[in-house]
Design a binder for this molecule. Structure first.
Ligand code: KIV
Length: 283
């Protein structure tokens, strides 16, 4: 059993201070949380990307708090040493600070040790309210998937100087509010590098180049379980979809040919039971 990863330990992980890069991977269920943890990641993100990776939605907007609680609970039951961060789903932190705190608390009660929410200066009241309840908050800037409609799609953000400077101001505001780490998604390398150099908390990049303090990938992209063409920042380390399809096709063929189950895979009736009941037709 490794030493559990804590929020303060993550908050101190700046590469400029000699720390190794932070590794974060998503997981949404117990078996994968176990595998991801055994692989030695620092943080398991129970992302609202569960919507498009597991639940069949087009994007993360269909995911509600109940579903996030369900998946955070499943991950927590793996008892990982990695820090568990639960995503606040869309509309769970946009309306009322009291509701926001209650919603964040539901994720903590399910097993999250911190929550993540999207957005910059507009979300500071939500960040402050959650922090007031002693719940650590991870920020998320750049291509924020919950803003897919207002952004007009999943496009790289911070591409011109004005947008890049706005993003830096958002990052500073999240730091001042008390976030312990910041996801930077879908931004040019220079923008991520400037933000990383300008703030004292670690940045964790996804499609944000090599200069962040850590990197995150969605599990299903990394192991080849997602469908469609992945974004260019995705590196696929396995093809579990093909391996699974081939395994299931072999099972189907064995059933159809009568090869499965074999004698070794069968619970045999005792001689006594056979005598009493008699052999069943075909058995
Ligand atoms: O939900 C998610 O998986 C995320 C990552 C892309 C950072 O927010």
């Amino acid at each position: 059993m490794r030493e559990p990863v804590s929020v303060p330990a993550v908050a101190a992980r700046k590469r400029a201070r000699g720390a190794p890069p932070i590794v974060m991977v998503t997981a949404y269920d117990t078996p994968f949380a176990r595998i991801v943890d055994e692989a030695g990641v620092d943080i398991i993100l129970v992302g609202d990307s569960v919507g498009n990776n597991v639940l069949g939605y087009e994007n993360s907007l269909g995911v509600d708090l109940g579903q996030m609680v369900h998946h955070v609970g499943a991950v927590a039951r793996a008892k990982p040493g990695a820090l568990i961060v639960g995503d606040m789903p869309w509309m769970s932190y946009h309306v009322d600070p009291a509701d926001t705190v209650r919603n964040a608390a539901s994720l903590v009660r399910a097993g999250a040790q911190a929550v993540k929410l999207e957005g910059g200066r507009r979300r500071i009241p939500a960040v402050r309210a959650i922090l007031d309840a002693e719940i650590p908050v991870m920020g998320h800037l750049g291509l924020t998937p919950q803003s897919v409609h207002s952004l007009g799609g999943f496009a790289v953000q911070g591409k011109d100087a004005e947008a890049a400077l706005e993003l830096e101001l958002d990052a500073q505001a999240l730091v001042e509010a008390g976030c312990f780490a910041l996801v930077l998604e879908g931004v040019p390398d220079l923008v991520a590098s400037r933000v990383t150099g300008a703030i004292p908390i670690p940045t964790i990049g996804i499609g944000a180049g090599p200069d962040c303090d850590g990197q995150v990938l969605v599990l299903h992209d990394l192991v080849g379980l997602s469908t469609g063409r992945p974004p260019k920042f995705v590196r696929r380390y396995a093809d579990l979809a093909t391996a699974s399809r081939e395994a299931i096709a072999r099972f189907a063929a064995d059933v159809r040919s009568g090869d499965y189950p074999s004698a070794a895979e069968t619970y045999h009736a005792s001689a006594d039971l056979r005598r009493t009941l008699g052999a069943r037709p075909g058995g």
